[in-house]
Design a protein. Structure first.
Ligand code: GLA
Length: 727
């Protein structure tokens, strides 16, 4: 299979279908990185060069050899303290207060199957489709043991990396920094592609050259954040959507992270990704173990579309779990933009009735159904049904809605607490607050200390109590503020709390998915503030953004598509004028945009005209027709919505027998120029018929010469073109 160890050369070579990754244990026991890229054969250590470099020290054992320096050599897991002055993967504070760590190779194991990480989400795969390489490194002075973990899914061109860190010496050490991956490149000019944003405008695309100095993205907000996504790409400066080399890094973790790229003094590039080193100081006493969350890696020489597709298949089939992972999700209507907090049980029932008329399949009752929750100033933590507001029990409401033939879903926000709640009055110390300091409030709420098991246990019990009251088939798990004021009574070491908080969150979610295996959970954090591969292990879809404006969504979903499959992208048709932007976009364009996701509605159906309702019916029937292609097909970006007048994307079936082209015109001008797109994923030798026009095209022509896109008069017009193989 994919992992080969050469005893004579002391090299580890990992082969996937189209890529090779190689490293070597050198004479001093350092683990040097040799190569990651397109598939090659042979020993790559000829790539290493040795020169006497001023102010780059040499290991003691090198004696008078001044050409051997950790400051210049490419490494797998560089540490602070052995002569590498670049960004490191690990730094520690030893029991004697020193800050030095020197890791050398000890032994290794190659196993079938993919490793798992206790308490953390991770890529999973069958024993026959994956392998694991474990390399033990140790600091012989302190007894710190680091096992580097490599998971390989050869068919998918995916390699994962993580590290298990155990302290075997006396006393206590502190992990000051732990990165899950380091990738060193000996030469070349690269671009760093990252995804920045803000609430309601997440995952904007940014591509900048890697320069001297640290270029960094990250989060210290306790969640992966709206501001920077924990997925980034290192691409050759010439790489485009359909050609060129690129490396993707996706962190399978939902809390604080950092990702960085740096060109060093010798023009070598280093990329690191892992936990944020700020607000992190993790204690390990004798015999204790720490697991670094995993990073998914992929390489391709075939452009960014292909790189995204590698991540899409890995996340869809080997990260997401549960009944819904590979099936088309029910078309839902969410009550949030329909009614906000202002509803009664009867209004929810009415919405379900209207939903039924247009063939919507599920109703989701959003925020406002519990405790004292008439606005966002109170009630969080009091997870008992407000039967007065609902005009009866939750069970009755669900039964009535189910009787219409409509499924029922509900909103929760388990990690939060309002000061105006019975829970806070009973347990003020359960909130993250630093004694003697006033906490920073956000949305007028505080965060529960999920690093404490008794807090997680209690809220879990409360939530299960609600979920057991009826046939609840969907839950929207929300999280509406960033963490701050980190103080937990559970430990003297506050530097561990933000990591332990995420473990508490994962523990809750794991229990939930096991207890309710048939329930669909949608993640959410003020929209897409925790949109990461870690959450997707528990929630196969995540509300992509609180911004439902179809035109803004083009960019948000474009950015999201680089790292995440369409099946993970929560997307709804909402009312016009849009509640976030005031923009008016046609129902058709709103529908096409929402179809590049899980598809649903979020508006007051009662306020719609009968034409709109008819159009919704048509949309839903179109969606059912296209959903298998949308969800299972390959996704291609055909334009750059930041630069182009149009935004276009395509779904092509794996076998190339059909494709759905989606276009939204972002701009319209007098005497409008024509935009062309080249399609992908078709069979060059086959003929295709476009369903609406009946026109027939050759696959090769559509891919090589392209297609002139029809100009539609009016603002933000959108259309779909369905190409089916034509014998
Ligand atoms: C967040 C979510 C919204 C909605 C509200 C409810 O902002 O992203 O979709 O659920 O909370 O308070």
């Amino acid at each position: 299979m994919g992992i080969i160890y050469s005893q004579t050369e002391r090299t580890f070579t990992i082969h996937t279908k189209e890529t090779t990754y190689q490293m070597k244990v050198d004479n001093y026991g350092f683990l040097l990185h040799l190569y990651y890229g397109k598939k090659v054969k042979g020993n790559m250590d000829y790539l290493l060069t040795y020169y006497d470099r001023g102010f780059s020290g040499n290991p003691y054992e090198a004696g008078r050899d001044r050409t051997y320096s950790m400051d210049a050599l490419p490494q797998e897991f560089p540490s602070l303290g052995n002569g590498d002055y670049r960004g490191t993967a690990i730094s520690v504070e030893n029991p004697d207060g020193t800050l030095s760590c020197d890791l050398r190779y000890k032994e290794h194991r190659i196993k079938n199957g993919k490793y798992g990480l206790p308490g953390l989400p991770a890529v999973y795969a069958k024993a026959e489709e994956s392998q694991t390489l474990e390399i033990d490194m140790e600091d012989r002075v302190t007894g710190l043991q680091v096992t580097l973990l490599y998971g390989v899914l050869p068919e998918l061109d995916i390699i994962t990396r993580s590290a298990k860190i155990t302290y075997a010496g006396p006393g206590k050490i502190y992990l000051e920094k732990v990165q899950s991956v380091c990738l060193d490149f000996l030469y070349g000019n690269y671009d760093l592609i990252t995804f920045y944003g803000r609430h309601a405008m997440e995952r904007n695309f940014q591509r900048v050259p890697v320069a001297h100095g640290r270029q960094m993205v990250g989060s210290r907000r306790g969640a992966s954040s709206h501001q920077y996504n924990p997925m980034m790409i290192l691409a050759d400066e010439k790489t485009t959507e359909d050609a060129g080399c690129g490396y993707a890094l996706s962190f399978v973790y939902s809390g604080n992270f950092q990702g960085e790229a740096q060109k060093d003094q010798f023009n070598q590039t280093r990329v690191l990704m892992g936990l944020n080193e700020e607000m992190f100081r993790y204690p390990l006493e004798t015999g204790e173990t720490f697991y670094a969350p995993e990073v998914i890696l992929s390489f391709t020489d075939q452009g960014l579309n292909r790189l995204s597709q590698n991540l899409h298949s890995c996340i869809r089939h080997h990260v997401c779990r549960g009944k819904y992972k590979e099936v088309v999700r029910p078309v839902l209507i969410n009550s949030w933009e329909a009614a906000y907090f202002d509803f009664t049980g009867e209004m929810i029932y009415e919405l379900a009735k209207q939903a039924k008329e247009v063939n919507i399949e599920m109703l989701v009752m959003d925020d406002g159904w519990f405790g004292k929750r008439e606005d966002d100033n109170s009630g969080l933590g009091d997870w008992y049904v407000n039967e007065e507001k609902l005009g009866g029990t939750l069970g009755d409401l669900i039964r009535r809605i189910n009787d219409l033939g409509i499924k029922f879903g509900i909103w929760i926000e388990p990690e939060m607490i309002s000061e105006d709640s019975n829970l806070y009055r009973a347990h003020p110390d359960w909130a993250l607050v630093i004694p003697g300091r006033d906490p920073v409030r956000a949305r007028n709420q505080l965060v529960l200390d999920f690093s404490r098991k008794e807090v997680v246990d209690y809220i879990y019990g409360q939530i299960c109590n609600v979920l057991d009251q009826g046939n609840i088939e969907y839950v929207k798990w929300d999280m509406n503020r960033s963490l701050l004021d980190i103080y937990s009574v559970s430990s003297k070491d506050q530097g561990r709390i933000m990591y332990d908080y995420v473990l508490g969150l994962y523990d809750f979610l794991e229990r939930l998915v096991r207890r309710y295996p048939n329930m669909l959970i949608e993640g959410c954090s003020g929209g897409g503030g925790r949109f990461d591969a870690g959450m997707l292990y528990y929630t196969p879809q995540i509300w992509c953004s609180d911004n439902t404006d179809a035109v803004d969504r083009l960019k948000i979903q474009y950015g999201t598509s680089f790292g995440y499959p369409v099946s993970a992208v929560g997307s709804h048709v909402s009312a016009v004028p849009n509640h976030q932007t005031g923009r008016k976009v046609s129902m058709k364009t709103r529908g096409i945009t929402a179809m590049a996701g899980t598809f649903g509605y979020e508006l007051d159906l009662g306020a719609l005209s009968s034409e709109d309702k008819e159009e919704i019916k048509k949309q839903i029937s179109d969606y059912h027709k296209f959903a298998p292609l949308i969800q299972n097909g390959k996704y291609f970006r055909l334009s750059n919505p930041y630069q182009d007048e149009i935004c276009a994307w395509e779904f092509a079936s794996e076998d190339g027998s059909e494709a759905l082209l989606n276009v939204v015109m972002q701009q319209i001008h007098g005497n409008m120029t024509v935009n062309y797109v080249k399609m992908y994923g078709l069979k060059a030798g086959a003929m295709y018929q476009e369903e609406n026009s009946g026109k027939v095209y050759s696959g090769a022509a559509l891919m090589e010469a392209g297609l002139p896109l029809p100009i539609e008069f009016g603002e933000y017009q959108g259309y779909q073109m369905h190409f089916v193989i034509y014998e």
